[in-house]
Design a protein around this ligand. Structure first.
Ligand SMILES: Nc1ncnc2c1ncn2[C@@H]1O[C@H](COP(=O)(O)OP(=O)(O)OP(=O)(O)O)[C@@H](O)[C@H]1O
Ligand SMILES: [Mg+2]
Length: 626
């Protein structure tokens, strides 16, 4: 029995759910849950001011025995898009004069059902997602504490801030900082989570298939040489796989090779595609030789032996945070087209290419197989290869996912601590904002395109901790623009539109918008309101940078761009980043309401009417957060 299985089923060791880690995870879960429910206005609650900024939130409910129950917690309404942030104190449950800590998700949601807006058919699903999140997160924290506890000399610990990029991807523990179902991974059982969850740095071998071309959509960037590509992917195994295929009496010209995730093979393909396998539409070639490791998104795997090799993003029939993680066929068809277009956009814009130099991690090849025998929706056997970050980095550049910038390291200090200490809090922050925001603002204003740049889709490149530039990824369904109104829109005429049945399952998953507001709000949903708000709250907590100062610095950066490119003034109005309100996606509502209901949040924009610092030296304002 290995260590991982031991923590789940060995009765001789302390059980996972008797640990401090369990309590820590449970408190975080309730914190994120109530924050999201209050912020997205999906529960009826009362608010009582306890001081100038501290608020008591309370929700009424009814216990099983009919007694009234009150749940209460303390927190703040933050300047960053009005985000609700609870204090570290646990959520309390008061019933029949007894006050205790809230411990059960099911009890909490059942008791407050009368105050909670959820479609009845989604209640069980939501409870399940929260319970799985708690179990998976506890296992991750427990594992991390076992692995990375300080010894007598602290040298034994590998700190995230010193690790290579790929290792940080699986070293990060927190996952989504806002979504209450941040580690739901529905589909995985407890052992699957240990075998395939990124926090456990598992060694994963890709399962390679040969799939019949007739049943496939296979598309590649013209920049790619297929032969070289497969040679790079498989090396000597390529000959071996071809021999195997011929041994089945098949002509290799009729097939393409593609990897699938081992979990997907065992749990979805083996049971559901027997006829396709029997009829040789799918032929199992076997495990790849090299080891891969999951990145934060779980379904994208990085080669652990040769980091310069393309990442493999693989369809995985799990639901994580809000979404089922298959790879829809139209997004496979669009992947290289969108990537090549974005790459060209950047390359031909001298301001982007020469001054900001962002990296576009292109999705260069993608394959989707559809069953020839069964009425199974496509998207389950699909892969997409994304360029690795490593070949783009110069010798002295290092990289860290954006989400890592707001995590604590294994020495209990912020991951960014040394960098901020070395360069100065404001200098470092202004540089971070400059290198990360300007490419996004340029893409929006000059080219009409918004990227879904939440913290998992963005990477900071630094030299000795000093922010230099950024890398973007995840484009096949993570861009939004108005067709015909973007630079080089002629490259996009071959894009497949989003099928109606896809929209019925995920109404916000489309790339072609009809209104500029829709494009702008896409950037707000991912970048400003999620990604940057986390940075704002982190700098307030750890470095006493007031949120108002933070958003002032952000505004200063936008205004600086507008001063430098006054000829784009029409675009500044079209995509007004300083509007009083913005519409952002209500992430949690997506788990509570069906696709036809409105699941957006109209929130106050902290960039509205911000006083600008009069010089490049920011106004030093101390945080009022208590
Ligand atoms: N800080 C974070 N912000 C957003 N998502 C996060 C974060 N940390 C982990 N995640 C996880 O990463 C995934 C983000 O979804 P998204 O659609 O951007 O990625 P993906 O398409 O699954 O994969 P990739 O980004 O590797 O192409 C989700 O599974 C989400 O739970
Ligand atoms: Mg992503």
């Amino acid at each position: 029995m290995n260590f991982l299985t031991k923590i789940l089923i060995d009765a001789s060791s302390a059980h996972l759910f008797h640990t401090e880690e369990y309590i820590q995870s449970r408190r975080r879960l309730f914190k994120q849950l109530i924050q999201a429910l209050v912020y997205e206005d999906t529960i009826k609650y009362a608010e009582k001011k306890l001081s100038t900024s501290l608020i008591e939130f309370s929700v009424q409910g009814v216990a099983k025995n009919g007694q009234p129950v009150i749940y209460s917690c303390k927190g703040y309404r933050r300047a960053s898009f009005g985000r609700v942030e609870l204090s570290a104190e646990p959520v309390l449950r008061t019933c029949s004069g007894q006050v205790s800590e809230t411990v059960s998700v099911r009890e909490f949601l059942s008791e407050i059902a009368g105050s909670f807006t959820i479609a009845a058919e989604f209640m069980e699903r939501f409870i399940q997602e929260l319970d799985h999140t708690l179990a998976n997160d506890t296992a991750a924290l427990f594992y991390a504490n076992e692995q990375y506890t300080y010894g007598a000399d602290n040298q034994a610990i590998r700190l995230l801030r010193n690790m290579p990029y790929d290792d940080i991807e699986s070293g990060l523990l927190r996952a989504h900082p806002y979504h209450p179902c941040y580690k739901s991974r529905i589909g995985f059982d407890a052992v699957d989570n240990l075998h395939y969850g990124p926090e456990f740095s598992p060694d994963i071998k890709l399962v390679w298939l040969a799939v019949r071309k007739l049943n496939c959509l296979s598309i590649a960037s013209p920049s790619l040489s297929e032969l070289d590509f497969y040679q790079q992917q498989l090396g000597d195994q390529l000959i071996q796989f071809n021999t195997l295929l011929r041994g089945y009496g098949c002509n290799p010209d009729d097939y393409v090779f593609m990897p699938v995730h081992p979990w997907q093979w065992l749990n979805q393909l083996l049971p559901l595609y027997t006829a396709d396998i029997h009829q040789k539409n799918i032929i199992l070639l076997g495990e790849g030789v090299e080891t891969y490791r999951p990145q934060q998104s779980i379904r994208t795997l990085a080669n652990a032996v040769r980091p310069e090799v393309h990442y493999a993003k693989l369809a995985l029939n799990i639901v994580n945070t809000s979404t089922a993680r298959g790879l829809a066929e139209h997004t496979i068809a669009n992947a290289p087209v969108i990537s090549d277009w974005l790459h060209r956009l950047v390359a031909e814009d001298s301001y982007l290419a020469k001054e900001l130099n962002p990296i576009i991690l292109r999705e260069v090849k993608a394959i989707s197989f559809s069953s020839a025998c069964e009425a199974i929706a496509s998207g389950q056997i699909a892969c997409l290869w994304r360029e690795s970050l490593y070949p783009y980095l110069t010798a002295d550049e290092r990289a860290i996912p954006f989400s890592g910038l707001t995590e604590m390291d294994r020495d209990a200090l912020p991951v960014i601590q040394n960098w901020v200490a070395r360069y100065g809090v404001y200098e470092w922050l202004v540089q971070l904002l400059t290198v990360s925001m300007l490419p996004l603002i340029r893409l929006l204003y000059a080219h009409g395109v918004a990227l879904e740049s939440h913290a998992q889709n963005m990477i900071l490149i630094h030299k000795d901790g000093w922010p230099i530039r950024v890398a973007f990824k995840d484009f096949h369904d993570g861009v939004r623009f108005i067709q015909g109104q973007v630079t080089h829109s002629e490259c996009l005429t071959i894009l497949r539109s989003t099928p109606r049945q896809h929209l019925a399952l995920n109404s916000s998953s489309y790339i072609s918008a009809s209104e500029p507001e829709d494009v702008k709000n896409f950037l707000y949903s991912a970048f400003f309101s999620m990604n940057l708000s986390e940075v704002a709250l982190f700098f307030d907590l750890h470095y006493q940078v007031a949120e108002s100062t933070f958003w002032c610095l952000v505004n200063d950066c936008i205004m600086g761009y507008q001063r430098d490119f006054p000829e784009q003034y029409k675009q500044f109005q079209l995509f007004n980043l300083q509007s009083e309100y913005v519409i952002v996606e209500a992430h949690t509502k997506r788990r509570l309401q069906n696709e036809s209901s409105v699941r957006i949040n109209r929130v106050k924009n902290p960039l509205f009417s911000q006083p600008l610092p009069s010089s490049s030296q920011p106004i030093m304002e101390v945080s009022h957060h208590e």
